[in-house]
Design a protein around this ligand. Structure first.
Ligand SMILES: Cc1cc2nc3c(=O)[nH]c(=O)nc-3n(C[C@H](O)[C@H](O)[C@H](O)COP(=O)(O)OP(=O)(O)OC[C@H]3O[C@@H](n4cnc5c(N)ncnc54)[C@H](O)[C@@H]3O)c2cc1C
Length: 493
Protein backbone atom coordinates (compact mmCIF):
# COMPACT_ATOMS: atom_id res chain seq x y z
CA UNK A 1 0.00 0.00 0.00
CA UNK A 2 1.28 3.43 -0.96
CA UNK A 3 1.12 5.69 2.09
CA UNK A 4 1.62 9.23 0.87
CA UNK A 5 0.47 10.88 4.10
CA UNK A 6 -0.66 13.80 1.94
CA UNK A 7 -3.78 15.75 2.87
CA UNK A 8 -6.69 15.71 0.45
CA UNK A 9 -9.69 18.01 0.87
CA UNK A 10 -12.84 17.00 -1.01
CA UNK A 11 -15.49 19.66 -1.62
CA UNK A 12 -18.93 18.02 -1.51
CA UNK A 13 -20.03 14.63 -0.20
CA UNK A 14 -21.91 13.07 -3.13
CA UNK A 15 -21.24 9.49 -4.22
CA UNK A 16 -18.23 10.61 -6.29
CA UNK A 17 -16.71 12.16 -3.20
CA UNK A 18 -17.37 9.26 -0.83
CA UNK A 19 -16.03 6.68 -3.30
CA UNK A 20 -12.88 8.76 -4.01
CA UNK A 21 -12.36 9.31 -0.28
CA UNK A 22 -12.52 5.55 0.30
CA UNK A 23 -10.10 4.79 -2.51
CA UNK A 24 -7.60 7.43 -1.35
CA UNK A 25 -7.90 6.85 2.41
CA UNK A 26 -7.36 3.11 1.86
CA UNK A 27 -4.07 4.05 0.12
CA UNK A 28 -2.90 6.10 3.10
CA UNK A 29 -4.00 9.62 2.12
CA UNK A 30 -5.46 11.80 4.88
CA UNK A 31 -8.88 12.81 3.63
CA UNK A 32 -11.31 15.47 4.84
CA UNK A 33 -14.67 16.24 3.25
CA UNK A 34 -16.58 19.54 3.34
CA UNK A 35 -20.32 19.50 2.66
CA UNK A 36 -22.69 22.46 2.36
CA UNK A 37 -25.73 20.38 3.38
CA UNK A 38 -26.34 18.91 6.83
CA UNK A 39 -26.19 15.32 5.54
CA UNK A 40 -23.85 13.33 3.26
CA UNK A 41 -24.78 11.83 -0.11
CA UNK A 42 -25.69 14.78 -2.35
CA UNK A 43 -28.42 13.68 -4.74
CA UNK A 44 -28.13 10.14 -3.35
CA UNK A 45 -29.95 11.20 -0.22
CA UNK A 46 -32.80 10.37 2.09
CA UNK A 47 -35.88 12.05 3.56
CA UNK A 48 -37.65 10.71 6.66
CA UNK A 49 -40.97 11.84 8.12
CA UNK A 50 -43.60 10.23 10.33
CA UNK A 51 -42.22 6.69 10.02
CA UNK A 52 -41.82 6.93 6.21
CA UNK A 53 -38.39 6.75 4.56
CA UNK A 54 -37.88 8.06 1.03
CA UNK A 55 -34.87 7.95 -1.25
CA UNK A 56 -34.59 11.58 -2.32
CA UNK A 57 -33.10 11.00 -5.79
CA UNK A 58 -31.76 7.70 -7.17
CA UNK A 59 -34.13 4.78 -6.73
CA UNK A 60 -32.27 2.04 -8.62
CA UNK A 61 -29.02 1.43 -10.44
CA UNK A 62 -27.37 -0.62 -13.14
CA UNK A 63 -23.78 -1.92 -13.44
CA UNK A 64 -23.65 -2.93 -9.77
CA UNK A 65 -20.27 -4.58 -10.45
CA UNK A 66 -18.81 -1.05 -10.11
CA UNK A 67 -19.48 -1.31 -6.37
CA UNK A 68 -17.78 -4.73 -6.25
CA UNK A 69 -14.77 -3.13 -7.90
CA UNK A 70 -14.76 -0.11 -5.56
CA UNK A 71 -14.74 -2.26 -2.43
CA UNK A 72 -12.29 -4.78 -3.92
CA UNK A 73 -9.88 -1.93 -4.80
CA UNK A 74 -10.01 -0.84 -1.16
CA UNK A 75 -9.57 -4.35 0.29
CA UNK A 76 -13.09 -4.42 1.76
CA UNK A 77 -15.82 -7.04 1.31
CA UNK A 78 -18.75 -5.40 -0.47
CA UNK A 79 -21.30 -4.86 2.35
CA UNK A 80 -24.20 -3.88 0.02
CA UNK A 81 -27.12 -6.24 -0.45
CA UNK A 82 -28.76 -5.71 -3.82
CA UNK A 83 -32.30 -6.62 -4.92
CA UNK A 84 -32.61 -7.52 -8.61
CA UNK A 85 -35.64 -5.94 -10.26
CA UNK A 86 -37.60 -8.33 -12.42
CA UNK A 87 -39.56 -7.02 -14.23
CA UNK A 88 -37.26 -4.02 -14.64
CA UNK A 89 -40.27 -1.70 -14.56
CA UNK A 90 -43.89 -1.34 -15.61
CA UNK A 91 -45.23 1.06 -18.20
CA UNK A 92 -48.71 2.49 -18.70
CA UNK A 93 -49.80 4.76 -21.52
CA UNK A 94 -52.63 7.24 -20.95
CA UNK A 95 -55.93 5.97 -22.33
CA UNK A 96 -54.66 2.38 -22.60
CA UNK A 97 -55.62 -0.03 -19.85
CA UNK A 98 -52.79 -2.47 -20.65
CA UNK A 99 -49.86 -2.48 -18.21
CA UNK A 100 -46.58 -3.51 -19.88
CA UNK A 101 -44.21 -5.53 -17.70
CA UNK A 102 -40.70 -4.98 -18.99
CA UNK A 103 -38.88 -8.29 -18.51
CA UNK A 104 -35.22 -8.88 -19.33
CA UNK A 105 -36.16 -12.32 -20.63
CA UNK A 106 -36.91 -11.47 -24.27
CA UNK A 107 -39.22 -14.47 -24.66
CA UNK A 108 -41.42 -13.15 -21.86
CA UNK A 109 -41.12 -9.61 -23.16
CA UNK A 110 -42.21 -10.77 -26.62
CA UNK A 111 -45.47 -11.98 -25.07
CA UNK A 112 -46.09 -8.46 -23.68
CA UNK A 113 -45.73 -7.04 -27.19
CA UNK A 114 -47.45 -9.91 -29.06
CA UNK A 115 -50.24 -7.81 -30.50
CA UNK A 116 -48.04 -4.75 -31.17
CA UNK A 117 -44.77 -5.75 -32.78
CA UNK A 118 -44.50 -8.69 -35.20
CA UNK A 119 -41.17 -10.59 -34.69
CA UNK A 120 -40.30 -8.45 -31.65
CA UNK A 121 -37.87 -11.14 -30.46
CA UNK A 122 -35.81 -11.19 -33.67
CA UNK A 123 -35.69 -7.41 -33.92
CA UNK A 124 -34.73 -6.95 -30.26
CA UNK A 125 -31.97 -9.59 -30.44
CA UNK A 126 -30.43 -7.90 -33.48
CA UNK A 127 -30.69 -4.45 -31.87
CA UNK A 128 -29.15 -5.62 -28.57
CA UNK A 129 -26.38 -7.59 -30.33
CA UNK A 130 -25.26 -4.37 -32.00
CA UNK A 131 -25.56 -2.34 -28.79
CA UNK A 132 -23.54 -5.00 -26.97
CA UNK A 133 -20.74 -4.86 -29.54
CA UNK A 134 -20.69 -1.09 -29.32
CA UNK A 135 -20.56 -1.15 -25.51
CA UNK A 136 -17.64 -3.56 -25.39
CA UNK A 137 -15.78 -1.86 -28.24
CA UNK A 138 -15.94 1.54 -26.53
CA UNK A 139 -16.02 1.08 -22.76
CA UNK A 140 -12.23 1.08 -22.32
CA UNK A 141 -11.62 3.64 -25.03
CA UNK A 142 -14.18 6.23 -24.00
CA UNK A 143 -15.78 5.52 -20.63
CA UNK A 144 -13.02 4.10 -18.43
CA UNK A 145 -10.21 6.34 -19.59
CA UNK A 146 -8.60 9.62 -18.56
CA UNK A 147 -7.86 12.07 -21.36
CA UNK A 148 -5.07 14.63 -21.04
CA UNK A 149 -6.37 16.74 -23.90
CA UNK A 150 -8.74 16.74 -26.86
CA UNK A 151 -6.13 15.23 -29.14
CA UNK A 152 -5.70 12.32 -26.74
CA UNK A 153 -9.48 11.76 -26.83
CA UNK A 154 -9.68 11.94 -30.62
CA UNK A 155 -6.85 9.38 -30.94
CA UNK A 156 -8.72 7.11 -28.55
CA UNK A 157 -12.09 7.30 -30.33
CA UNK A 158 -10.46 6.90 -33.72
CA UNK A 159 -9.50 3.38 -32.64
CA UNK A 160 -13.21 2.44 -32.24
CA UNK A 161 -14.13 0.12 -35.17
CA UNK A 162 -15.53 2.08 -38.12
CA UNK A 163 -18.59 -0.17 -38.32
CA UNK A 164 -20.02 1.84 -35.39
CA UNK A 165 -19.91 5.11 -37.34
CA UNK A 166 -23.66 5.08 -38.15
CA UNK A 167 -24.35 5.43 -34.38
CA UNK A 168 -22.81 8.90 -34.48
CA UNK A 169 -25.04 10.09 -37.26
CA UNK A 170 -28.46 9.66 -35.75
CA UNK A 171 -30.38 10.16 -32.54
CA UNK A 172 -31.72 7.32 -30.43
CA UNK A 173 -35.29 7.81 -31.66
CA UNK A 174 -34.22 7.46 -35.30
CA UNK A 175 -32.41 4.21 -34.53
CA UNK A 176 -35.45 2.85 -32.70
CA UNK A 177 -37.71 4.02 -35.50
CA UNK A 178 -35.60 2.03 -37.97
CA UNK A 179 -35.72 -1.03 -35.70
CA UNK A 180 -39.31 -1.30 -34.44
CA UNK A 181 -42.75 -0.48 -35.87
CA UNK A 182 -44.83 -0.03 -32.75
CA UNK A 183 -44.84 3.42 -31.13
CA UNK A 184 -45.18 1.82 -27.67
CA UNK A 185 -42.09 -0.39 -28.14
CA UNK A 186 -40.06 2.55 -29.44
CA UNK A 187 -41.10 4.71 -26.48
CA UNK A 188 -40.29 1.97 -23.95
CA UNK A 189 -36.83 1.32 -25.42
CA UNK A 190 -36.21 5.07 -25.49
CA UNK A 191 -36.80 5.51 -21.75
CA UNK A 192 -33.05 5.10 -21.20
CA UNK A 193 -32.69 8.66 -22.55
CA UNK A 194 -34.71 9.74 -19.53
CA UNK A 195 -32.00 8.25 -17.26
CA UNK A 196 -29.63 10.73 -18.88
CA UNK A 197 -32.10 13.53 -18.14
CA UNK A 198 -33.00 13.95 -21.77
CA UNK A 199 -35.30 12.71 -24.54
CA UNK A 200 -34.46 10.24 -27.32
CA UNK A 201 -34.79 13.05 -29.87
CA UNK A 202 -31.78 14.84 -28.33
CA UNK A 203 -29.82 11.74 -27.27
CA UNK A 204 -27.27 10.23 -29.68
CA UNK A 205 -28.01 6.64 -30.71
CA UNK A 206 -24.74 5.52 -29.07
CA UNK A 207 -26.80 5.38 -25.88
CA UNK A 208 -28.61 2.31 -27.16
CA UNK A 209 -25.78 0.75 -25.14
CA UNK A 210 -27.93 1.57 -22.09
CA UNK A 211 -30.57 -0.81 -23.50
CA UNK A 212 -27.84 -3.42 -23.57
CA UNK A 213 -26.94 -2.71 -19.92
CA UNK A 214 -30.61 -2.93 -18.81
CA UNK A 215 -31.72 -5.97 -20.82
CA UNK A 216 -28.62 -8.10 -21.05
CA UNK A 217 -25.65 -6.96 -19.09
CA UNK A 218 -26.57 -6.39 -15.49
CA UNK A 219 -30.22 -5.22 -15.33
CA UNK A 220 -31.55 -2.89 -12.64
CA UNK A 221 -31.13 -3.25 -8.91
CA UNK A 222 -32.46 -1.65 -5.76
CA UNK A 223 -30.58 -1.78 -2.47
CA UNK A 224 -31.87 -3.64 0.56
CA UNK A 225 -32.73 -1.02 3.17
CA UNK A 226 -33.08 1.72 0.54
CA UNK A 227 -30.59 3.44 -1.72
CA UNK A 228 -29.28 5.57 1.16
CA UNK A 229 -27.77 2.37 2.62
CA UNK A 230 -24.99 2.97 0.06
CA UNK A 231 -24.10 6.24 1.79
CA UNK A 232 -24.47 4.83 5.30
CA UNK A 233 -22.18 1.87 4.55
CA UNK A 234 -19.60 4.09 2.84
CA UNK A 235 -19.65 6.49 5.80
CA UNK A 236 -19.04 3.57 8.17
CA UNK A 237 -15.98 2.48 6.15
CA UNK A 238 -14.69 6.07 5.92
CA UNK A 239 -15.06 6.46 9.67
CA UNK A 240 -12.84 3.37 10.23
CA UNK A 241 -10.18 5.02 8.02
CA UNK A 242 -10.34 8.29 9.96
CA UNK A 243 -11.96 10.38 7.21
CA UNK A 244 -13.54 13.50 8.73
CA UNK A 245 -16.70 15.07 7.28
CA UNK A 246 -17.55 18.67 8.10
CA UNK A 247 -21.16 19.64 7.34
CA UNK A 248 -22.92 22.98 6.78
CA UNK A 249 -19.77 24.35 5.15
CA UNK A 250 -19.96 25.79 1.66
CA UNK A 251 -16.85 26.69 -0.31
CA UNK A 252 -17.39 30.02 -2.04
CA UNK A 253 -13.96 31.19 -3.17
CA UNK A 254 -10.36 30.30 -3.82
CA UNK A 255 -7.87 31.39 -1.15
CA UNK A 256 -4.12 31.41 -1.68
CA UNK A 257 -2.55 29.94 -4.80
CA UNK A 258 0.88 29.90 -6.27
CA UNK A 259 0.96 27.50 -9.21
CA UNK A 260 -0.89 25.12 -6.92
CA UNK A 261 -4.00 25.88 -4.88
CA UNK A 262 -3.08 26.33 -1.23
CA UNK A 263 -6.53 26.97 0.19
CA UNK A 264 -10.22 27.52 -0.47
CA UNK A 265 -12.48 29.75 1.63
CA UNK A 266 -15.96 28.99 2.86
CA UNK A 267 -18.97 31.32 3.06
CA UNK A 268 -17.99 32.37 6.60
CA UNK A 269 -14.52 33.39 5.45
CA UNK A 270 -12.78 30.37 7.00
CA UNK A 271 -9.76 29.09 5.09
CA UNK A 272 -9.30 25.39 4.29
CA UNK A 273 -5.78 24.18 3.42
CA UNK A 274 -4.63 20.88 1.91
CA UNK A 275 -1.97 19.39 -0.36
CA UNK A 276 -4.60 18.40 -2.90
CA UNK A 277 -8.24 19.28 -3.60
CA UNK A 278 -11.00 17.32 -5.29
CA UNK A 279 -14.17 19.16 -6.24
CA UNK A 280 -17.36 17.08 -6.12
CA UNK A 281 -19.57 20.14 -6.72
CA UNK A 282 -20.66 20.46 -10.38
CA UNK A 283 -17.42 20.49 -12.40
CA UNK A 284 -18.67 23.16 -14.83
CA UNK A 285 -20.46 25.61 -12.54
CA UNK A 286 -17.75 25.41 -9.82
CA UNK A 287 -15.17 26.53 -12.39
CA UNK A 288 -17.39 29.51 -13.22
CA UNK A 289 -18.91 30.48 -9.89
CA UNK A 290 -16.01 29.75 -7.51
CA UNK A 291 -12.89 29.89 -9.72
CA UNK A 292 -14.34 32.70 -11.92
CA UNK A 293 -13.07 31.07 -15.12
CA UNK A 294 -14.13 32.97 -18.25
CA UNK A 295 -14.85 29.74 -20.16
CA UNK A 296 -17.49 28.96 -17.54
CA UNK A 297 -19.05 32.43 -17.16
CA UNK A 298 -22.80 32.52 -16.51
CA UNK A 299 -23.38 33.27 -20.20
CA UNK A 300 -21.25 30.29 -21.26
CA UNK A 301 -22.78 27.97 -18.67
CA UNK A 302 -26.26 28.96 -19.85
CA UNK A 303 -25.28 28.20 -23.44
CA UNK A 304 -24.27 24.63 -22.51
CA UNK A 305 -26.71 21.72 -22.73
CA UNK A 306 -28.07 20.70 -19.33
CA UNK A 307 -30.16 17.69 -18.40
CA UNK A 308 -33.80 18.17 -17.44
CA UNK A 309 -34.67 19.35 -13.95
CA UNK A 310 -36.44 17.09 -11.44
CA UNK A 311 -39.86 17.88 -10.02
CA UNK A 312 -40.24 15.38 -7.19
CA UNK A 313 -43.10 14.54 -4.84
CA UNK A 314 -42.81 12.28 -1.77
CA UNK A 315 -46.07 10.82 -0.45
CA UNK A 316 -46.62 8.75 2.68
CA UNK A 317 -49.94 6.98 2.02
CA UNK A 318 -52.34 5.19 4.37
CA UNK A 319 -53.50 1.88 2.86
CA UNK A 320 -52.16 -0.89 0.67
CA UNK A 321 -51.75 -0.08 -3.02
CA UNK A 322 -51.98 -3.11 -5.27
CA UNK A 323 -51.57 -1.52 -8.69
CA UNK A 324 -48.05 -0.17 -8.28
CA UNK A 325 -44.77 -2.06 -8.69
CA UNK A 326 -41.32 -0.94 -7.46
CA UNK A 327 -40.74 1.10 -10.68
CA UNK A 328 -43.54 2.44 -12.85
CA UNK A 329 -43.74 4.84 -15.77
CA UNK A 330 -46.97 6.71 -16.46
CA UNK A 331 -46.75 8.06 -19.98
CA UNK A 332 -49.07 9.98 -22.27
CA UNK A 333 -49.98 9.31 -25.87
CA UNK A 334 -48.21 12.11 -27.72
CA UNK A 335 -44.59 11.31 -26.97
CA UNK A 336 -42.86 13.42 -29.63
CA UNK A 337 -45.16 16.42 -29.03
CA UNK A 338 -44.53 16.24 -25.28
CA UNK A 339 -40.77 15.67 -25.61
CA UNK A 340 -40.49 18.59 -28.05
CA UNK A 341 -41.89 21.05 -25.49
CA UNK A 342 -40.56 19.70 -22.23
CA UNK A 343 -37.05 21.26 -22.46
CA UNK A 344 -38.00 24.87 -22.98
CA UNK A 345 -41.56 25.44 -21.79
CA UNK A 346 -42.09 28.17 -19.19
CA UNK A 347 -45.37 26.68 -17.95
CA UNK A 348 -46.00 23.49 -16.02
CA UNK A 349 -46.60 20.53 -18.35
CA UNK A 350 -50.23 19.60 -18.88
CA UNK A 351 -50.89 15.84 -18.92
CA UNK A 352 -47.40 15.21 -17.49
CA UNK A 353 -45.33 12.09 -18.11
CA UNK A 354 -43.85 10.83 -14.87
CA UNK A 355 -42.07 8.01 -13.05
CA UNK A 356 -43.29 6.48 -9.78
CA UNK A 357 -41.22 4.48 -7.33
CA UNK A 358 -42.83 2.63 -4.45
CA UNK A 359 -39.91 1.13 -2.55
CA UNK A 360 -42.26 -0.25 0.13
CA UNK A 361 -43.21 -2.81 -2.57
CA UNK A 362 -39.79 -4.48 -2.14
CA UNK A 363 -38.85 -3.28 1.35
CA UNK A 364 -41.58 -3.07 4.01
CA UNK A 365 -39.31 -1.08 6.37
CA UNK A 366 -39.75 2.08 4.27
CA UNK A 367 -43.32 2.69 5.45
CA UNK A 368 -45.32 2.05 8.65
CA UNK A 369 -47.54 -1.04 8.84
CA UNK A 370 -50.44 -0.82 6.35
CA UNK A 371 -48.90 2.15 4.51
CA UNK A 372 -46.91 2.79 1.33
CA UNK A 373 -44.21 5.30 0.38
CA UNK A 374 -44.46 6.85 -3.07
CA UNK A 375 -41.81 8.88 -4.87
CA UNK A 376 -42.85 10.69 -8.05
CA UNK A 377 -40.37 12.16 -10.51
CA UNK A 378 -41.54 14.36 -13.35
CA UNK A 379 -38.78 15.81 -15.57
CA UNK A 380 -39.36 19.52 -16.24
CA UNK A 381 -37.46 22.42 -17.86
CA UNK A 382 -34.56 23.83 -15.86
CA UNK A 383 -34.64 27.30 -14.28
CA UNK A 384 -33.37 29.02 -17.45
CA UNK A 385 -36.81 28.40 -18.93
CA UNK A 386 -39.12 28.32 -15.91
CA UNK A 387 -37.67 30.08 -12.89
CA UNK A 388 -40.76 30.56 -10.77
CA UNK A 389 -42.16 27.51 -9.01
CA UNK A 390 -44.85 29.18 -6.88
CA UNK A 391 -47.25 26.89 -8.74
CA UNK A 392 -45.58 23.68 -7.54
CA UNK A 393 -48.76 22.59 -5.70
CA UNK A 394 -50.71 22.78 -8.97
CA UNK A 395 -48.39 20.37 -10.81
CA UNK A 396 -48.20 18.05 -7.78
CA UNK A 397 -52.02 18.08 -7.53
CA UNK A 398 -52.40 17.28 -11.22
CA UNK A 399 -50.02 14.33 -10.99
CA UNK A 400 -51.63 12.99 -7.80
CA UNK A 401 -55.09 13.18 -9.41
CA UNK A 402 -53.90 11.50 -12.62
CA UNK A 403 -52.06 8.76 -10.72
CA UNK A 404 -55.06 8.10 -8.46
CA UNK A 405 -57.24 7.51 -11.52
CA UNK A 406 -54.69 5.28 -13.21
CA UNK A 407 -54.09 3.04 -10.20
CA UNK A 408 -57.71 3.20 -8.95
CA UNK A 409 -56.65 4.38 -5.49
CA UNK A 410 -57.67 7.68 -3.91
CA UNK A 411 -54.26 9.03 -2.93
CA UNK A 412 -55.39 12.55 -1.98
CA UNK A 413 -57.65 11.42 0.89
CA UNK A 414 -55.00 9.07 2.28
CA UNK A 415 -51.97 11.35 2.39
CA UNK A 416 -50.07 11.24 5.71
CA UNK A 417 -46.84 12.83 4.43
CA UNK A 418 -46.42 15.13 1.45
CA UNK A 419 -43.22 16.88 0.40
CA UNK A 420 -42.51 18.57 -2.92
CA UNK A 421 -39.10 19.52 -4.32
CA UNK A 422 -39.13 21.73 -7.42
CA UNK A 423 -36.03 22.61 -9.49
CA UNK A 424 -35.32 25.72 -7.35
CA UNK A 425 -35.20 23.47 -4.24
CA UNK A 426 -32.80 21.06 -5.96
CA UNK A 427 -30.64 23.98 -7.02
CA UNK A 428 -30.38 25.53 -3.58
CA UNK A 429 -29.97 22.25 -1.69
CA UNK A 430 -27.07 20.80 -3.71
CA UNK A 431 -25.87 23.68 -5.94
CA UNK A 432 -27.26 21.98 -9.05
CA UNK A 433 -26.83 24.50 -11.86
CA UNK A 434 -30.25 25.98 -12.81
CA UNK A 435 -31.77 23.00 -11.01
CA UNK A 436 -30.61 20.56 -13.69
CA UNK A 437 -31.01 17.11 -12.12
CA UNK A 438 -28.27 15.10 -13.79
CA UNK A 439 -25.76 17.83 -14.63
CA UNK A 440 -24.35 18.50 -18.09
CA UNK A 441 -26.08 16.58 -20.89
CA UNK A 442 -24.44 13.83 -22.91
CA UNK A 443 -24.48 15.08 -26.50
CA UNK A 444 -21.36 14.17 -28.52
CA UNK A 445 -19.88 17.65 -27.86
CA UNK A 446 -20.19 17.29 -24.09
CA UNK A 447 -18.71 13.83 -23.50
CA UNK A 448 -15.19 12.40 -23.33
CA UNK A 449 -12.54 14.99 -24.16
CA UNK A 450 -15.24 17.64 -24.59
CA UNK A 451 -16.65 17.26 -21.05
CA UNK A 452 -15.09 19.41 -18.27
CA UNK A 453 -11.95 17.47 -17.38
CA UNK A 454 -11.35 15.82 -14.01
CA UNK A 455 -8.01 17.65 -13.90
CA UNK A 456 -7.95 21.40 -13.56
CA UNK A 457 -6.66 23.45 -16.49
CA UNK A 458 -4.53 25.70 -14.28
CA UNK A 459 -3.69 24.09 -10.94
CA UNK A 460 -1.88 20.76 -10.86
CA UNK A 461 -3.24 19.82 -7.41
CA UNK A 462 -6.92 20.44 -8.22
CA UNK A 463 -9.20 17.65 -9.51
CA UNK A 464 -12.90 16.99 -10.10
CA UNK A 465 -15.19 14.02 -9.56
CA UNK A 466 -18.91 13.53 -10.20
CA UNK A 467 -21.69 13.74 -12.75
CA UNK A 468 -20.57 16.78 -14.78
CA UNK A 469 -16.99 15.61 -15.33
CA UNK A 470 -15.92 12.36 -17.07
CA UNK A 471 -17.40 9.93 -17.83
CA UNK A 472 -20.93 11.18 -17.01
CA UNK A 473 -24.01 10.98 -14.85
CA UNK A 474 -25.71 8.22 -12.85
CA UNK A 475 -24.37 6.18 -9.94
CA UNK A 476 -22.22 3.71 -11.95
CA UNK A 477 -20.64 6.49 -14.02
CA UNK A 478 -19.88 8.47 -10.88
CA UNK A 479 -18.16 5.40 -9.40
CA UNK A 480 -16.04 5.18 -12.55
CA UNK A 481 -15.36 8.92 -12.16
CA UNK A 482 -13.95 8.22 -8.68
CA UNK A 483 -11.67 5.55 -10.12
CA UNK A 484 -10.44 7.87 -12.86
CA UNK A 485 -9.71 10.77 -10.51
CA UNK A 486 -7.98 8.45 -8.05
CA UNK A 487 -5.74 7.19 -10.86
CA UNK A 488 -4.77 10.79 -11.61
CA UNK A 489 -4.00 11.58 -7.96
CA UNK A 490 -1.97 8.38 -7.49
CA UNK A 491 -0.02 8.95 -10.70
CA UNK A 492 0.63 12.62 -10.18
CA UNK A 493 1.03 12.97 -6.38
C1 LIG B 1 -34.25 13.07 -8.86
C2 LIG B 1 -33.04 12.27 -9.27
C3 LIG B 1 -33.16 10.91 -9.50
C4 LIG B 1 -32.04 10.16 -9.88
N1 LIG B 1 -32.19 8.81 -10.07
C5 LIG B 1 -31.11 8.06 -10.36
C6 LIG B 1 -31.23 6.64 -10.40
O1 LIG B 1 -32.33 6.08 -10.17
N2 LIG B 1 -30.11 5.90 -10.69
C7 LIG B 1 -28.90 6.49 -10.92
O2 LIG B 1 -27.92 5.78 -11.18
N3 LIG B 1 -28.75 7.86 -10.85
C8 LIG B 1 -29.82 8.64 -10.57
N4 LIG B 1 -29.69 9.99 -10.45
C9 LIG B 1 -28.36 10.60 -10.72
C10 LIG B 1 -27.42 10.48 -9.53
O3 LIG B 1 -28.10 10.90 -8.37
C11 LIG B 1 -26.21 11.37 -9.73
O4 LIG B 1 -25.60 11.13 -10.99
C12 LIG B 1 -25.14 11.15 -8.64
O5 LIG B 1 -25.72 10.95 -7.37
C13 LIG B 1 -24.25 12.37 -8.64
O6 LIG B 1 -23.21 12.21 -7.71
P1 LIG B 1 -22.05 13.27 -7.60
O7 LIG B 1 -20.82 12.56 -7.11
O8 LIG B 1 -21.93 14.05 -8.87
O9 LIG B 1 -22.44 14.23 -6.41
P2 LIG B 1 -23.73 15.10 -6.05
O10 LIG B 1 -24.86 14.21 -5.73
O11 LIG B 1 -23.94 16.20 -7.02
O12 LIG B 1 -23.20 15.75 -4.70
C14 LIG B 1 -22.37 16.87 -4.68
C15 LIG B 1 -22.35 17.39 -3.25
O13 LIG B 1 -21.55 18.58 -3.21
C16 LIG B 1 -22.17 19.53 -2.34
N5 LIG B 1 -21.69 20.85 -2.75
C17 LIG B 1 -21.96 21.49 -3.91
N6 LIG B 1 -21.31 22.67 -3.95
C18 LIG B 1 -20.60 22.76 -2.79
C19 LIG B 1 -19.74 23.76 -2.25
N7 LIG B 1 -19.45 24.88 -2.92
N8 LIG B 1 -19.20 23.55 -1.02
C20 LIG B 1 -19.47 22.40 -0.33
N9 LIG B 1 -20.30 21.43 -0.80
C21 LIG B 1 -20.85 21.61 -2.02
C22 LIG B 1 -23.66 19.32 -2.58
O14 LIG B 1 -24.43 19.80 -1.52
C23 LIG B 1 -23.73 17.79 -2.72
O15 LIG B 1 -23.93 17.17 -1.47
C24 LIG B 1 -30.78 10.78 -10.06
C25 LIG B 1 -30.65 12.16 -9.82
C26 LIG B 1 -31.76 12.91 -9.42
C27 LIG B 1 -31.62 14.38 -9.13
Amino acid sequence: MKSSGKNVLIIGSGLGSLASALRLASKGYKVRILEKDSQAGGRLNQYKENGFTFDLGPSFMSMTFEFDELFRDCGIKNPLKMIKLDPLYRVQFRGNSKVYNIYTDLNKLSEEFNDLEPDFYGKAVKYLDKASEFYHDTENKVIRKNFDNLFDYIISISSVPLKHLPYLKKNLWKLLDQTFDSEEVKVIFSLVAFFLGSTPFKTPSVYSLLNYTEFRHNGYWAVEGGMYKIVELLLAELDKLGVEIIYNTEISGIGNFNGNVESFTDKNGKSWNADMFIVNADAASFRGQVLKRKDFSEKKLDAMEWSLAPFTVYLGIKGKINNLYHHNYFLGNDFSGYAGKIFTSSVIPSKPYYYVNMSSYSDRNCAPEGCENIFILCPVPDLRFKNNWNDKEVLAGEIIKDLSERISFDLESNIIVKKILSPDDWESKFNLYRGSGLGLSHGMMQVGGFRPSNKDEKFSNLFYVGASTVPGTGLPMVLISSKLVTERVLNEH
